[in-house]
Design a protein around this ligand. Sequence first.
Ligand code: KIV
Length: 265
Amino acid sequence: MAKITISHLNKMKQAGEKITMLTSYDASMTRLAETAGVDTLLVGDSLGMVIQGHGSTLPVSVDDMVYHTATVARVSQSAMVIADMPFMSHGTQQQALDTAGRLMKEGGAEMVKIEGGAPQVETVRHLTERAVPVCGHLGLMPQSIHQLGGYRVQGKEAQAADQMIADALALQAAGAQMLVLECIPQALAQSITQELAIPVIGIGAGKDTDGQVLVCYDMLGMSVNRIPSFVKNFLADTGSVQEALSAYVSAVRAGEFPAAEHIPA
Ligand code: KIV
């Protein structure tokens, strides 16, 4: 089975075909998600909350990310594997390169994801100029939760929205090849998706992004945390994990997820 690459995802954006992304932290979920036809697997630092039981993603270490990325990449046959750069693992350009190097060489990641806008632009440039594919992450950035003061919709005010559009363009200009938008108004996500040439994946960002991502344990209704209102429980109507993952893929591809009730006000 051929691996999905960034060229494939770019073509999907150009053709208006929705991209499916799901988090995975282990071999079994990876196998099920790929059987369902998921395009990209994100080894998210959300593992700190749903696997490790922490109250935030902040305690997750580079070793944790390398370990889980390797368990995913080892069995992955089709989806593109993206790994999160955890909190405090990319404070300097050299540290970012060291972290990304470990995630790719030891973990087998095919892209790394970094939270942050303008302050991360030079780091993104440093990585992409050295053959590290990067996905940006704007909007609700869980690593900044103590600065943000809670898990709530970002970019509601005009100034914050303008800044997010500028950040998205700057990340793309620095070489980012994909962008995740988390918990922002649908209209803002639509504008950013239209402005950018790279694929934009949304979570709690409405239906107009190029694709959708969910935390796998949330969409199976089995998370220890409060499940956000933008998540649908796909296991409730299906009856098996495999069918739930397939239903998610079909619903995203058909533009049926997110529905109106999953779009933040
Ligand atoms: O860590 C994660 O799972 C994420 C997604 C929520 C996008 O960053």
